[in-house]
Design a protein around this ligand. Structure first.
Ligand SMILES: *Cc1c(COP(=O)(O)O)cnc(C)c1O
Length: 382
C-alpha cells in the first residue's frame, strides 16, 4: 500500500541547488514548478540549510507553551511582514490547516455560519476547506461536507458576491490569483469590492495566499499589489522553503475572538528556524523584485513565440500558459525531452511556479524548451 494516494513520477530526485534538481542518474532538471511553489529561496539555500542544522543540534521540539527563540522570532517576523496591521500570527503545519483555522476563527469572531467561496477555488483537503474547494473530483467520495453552509460565486463577479454575502456570512475566502483553478488573477476592482461588501456585513475577508504569497507575484503578498488588506491572510507552501509550515495572520478583531484552537506541532522550532531564514532571504535578496522582473521577461518572451498558445496569464513567477494540446502531454515532453519540470493547472494549462531565485538564462531555457515542445511536429516524426 505504500504511497497509495500519490501517483509517482518516473524521475527519482536525489539533490537540488537553486533552480536545479538532480536525478539519481545525474540528469539535471530545471525546476519550473518548485514542487507547487514550496521552494521560493531555491533548493538548499545555504542560509536555510544552516538555520535548520543549527536548530536541530540545539532542540528539535518542545511544546508550544514554552517560548523558544526560533518560534518567538517567527511570530515577530511574520507579524512585522504581514500586510497592513493583520499581525496576529497562528502557526500550523500545512495550508489546509491554515485555512481551516481561518474559517473557524471567522465563525467564532463573527457569530455567522455561512462561508462564501469562489468557483474554481482550491483551499485544501480537510473536511472544512474541502467544502470551500470547487472541484467535484476532490469532494465527491467524501460527501456530505458543509454543503449547506458554503455558497460558491463566480470568481470576478462583484454583483454575485454582493448578493451572496449577508449578515449570516462568517467569511468570504478568495485566492488573489486562483492557482489550482488555472491561474486566474482577480480582475481589476474585484478584491476592493470584496473588501467593501464584507465590511458592510461585518464578515471576515480571508485571502488564501498559500500559493501567491512569500514574494511570488512580485509583492511579498499578492494583496499588496492589489492595494487591498483583508482581515485574514493564510500562508504555507513556500514559507519555510519546503518544510511543513502554515500560518494564519489575523486582524485584532479576529484574534481577540478566535475561540479555542491548537495544534501540537504549532511552530516547531526546526521548521520555525527554516521559516525565519526563508523570510530573511526573501527580503534581503529582494526575491519579490526578482519575481516581478523575471516574470515580466518570461511573459514577454513567451508571448513572442510563434507556436500554438491560447493564453498567457499571471503575475510575477506565477504564470499559466494555456496550450492547445493537453497540458499533461506537454509536461511529459518538457520533462523527458527538455529536462524542464513544470506543473499542470487543469487539463489545458501549464503552470510555472519556479523558485524565486530564477535567472534570465533559466527563463531563456524554458522559453526555448516550450518553443520546441509546442512546435507542430511533422507527420513523419510521430
Ligand atoms: C496548496 C494550496 C492549499 C493547501 O495546502 P496544503 O499544504 O496542501 O494543505 C490551499 N490553498 C491554496 C491556494 C493552495 O495552493
Amino acid at each position: 500500500m505504500s504511497g497509495f494516494v500519490f501517483s509517482e513520477k518516473p524521475i527519482s530526485i536525489e539533490s537540488g541547488e537553486g533552480a536545479t534538481l538532480v536525478a539519481e542518474d545525474g540528469t539535471e532538471y530545471l525546476d519550473m514548478g518548485a514542487s507547487y511553489a514550496c521552494t521560493p529561496t531555491g533548493h538548499c539555500h545555504p542560509d536555510v540549510v544552516a538555520a535548520v542544522q543549527d536548530q536541530a543540534a540545539d532542540l528539535l521540539y518542545v511544546q508550544g507553551s514554552y517560548p523558544v527563540e526560533s518560534r518567538t522570532t517567527l511570530h515577530e517576523k511574520l507579524g512585522a511582514l504581514a500586510p497592513g496591521s493583520i499581525d496576529n500570527v497562528w502557526l500550523c503545519n500545512s495550508g489546509t490547516e491554515a485555512n481551516e483555522a481561518a474559517l473557524k476563527f471567522a465563525r467564532s469572531a463573527t457569530g455567522g455560519t455561512k462561508i462564501v467561496a469562489a468557483k474554481r477555488a482550491f483551499h485544501g483537503r480537510t473536511m472544512g476547506t474541502l467544502s470551500a474547494t470547487w472541484k467535484p473530483k476532490y469532494k465527491k467520495p467524501f460527501e456530505p461536507l458543509l454543503e449547506d453552509q458554503v455558497e460558491f460565486v463566480t470568481y470576478g463577479d462583484e454583483d454575485e458576491l454582493a448578493d451572496a454575502v449577508d449578515d449570516e456570512t462568517a467569511a468570504v475566502i478568495l485566492e488573489p490569483i486562483q492557482g489550482e483553478g488555472g491561474i486566474h488573477p482577480a480582475p481589476e476592482g474585484y478584491l476592493a469590492a470584496a473588501r467593501e461588501i464584507t465590511e458592510e456585513t461585518g464578515s471576515a475577508l480571508v485571502f488564501d495566499e498559500i500559493q501567491t504569497g512569500i514574494g511570488r507575484t512580485g509583492d511579498l503578498w499578492a494583496c499588496e499589489g492589489y492595494g487591498v488588506t483583508p482581515d485574514v491572510v493564510t500562508t504555507a507552501k513556500g514559507v519555510a522553503s519546503g518544510l511543513p509550515m502554515g500560518a494564519t495572520l489575523c486582524a485584532d478583531w479576529i484574534a481577540e475572538n478566535a475561540g479555542p484552537h491548537g495544534s501540537t506541532f504549532s511552530g516547531n522550532p526546526v521548521v520555525a528556524a527554516a521559516a525565519n531564514a526563508t523570510l530573511d532571504v526573501v527580503v534581503e535578496e529582494d526575491l519579490p523584485g526578482n519575481a516581478a522582473a523575471i516574470g515580466d521577461y518570461l511573459q514577454t518572451e513567451l508571448a513572442a513565440l510563434d507556436v500554438p498558445i491560447r493564453d498567457i496569464r499571471g503575475e510575477g513567477l506565477m504564470i499559466g500558459v494555456e496550450v492547445k494540446r493537453g497540458a499533461n502531454r506537454v509536461l511529459r515532453d518538457l520533462a523527458l525531452e527538455q529536462q524542464v519540470l513544470a506543473l499542470p493547472a487543469g487539463r489545458s494549462v501549464v503552470r510555472l511556479l519556479p523558485p524565486l531565485v530564477l535567472e534570465e538564462r533559466h527563463a531563456d531555457d524554458v522559453v526555448a524548451a516550450l518553443a520546441d515542445v509546442l512546435a507542430p511536429k511533422a507527420e513523419s516524426e510521430s
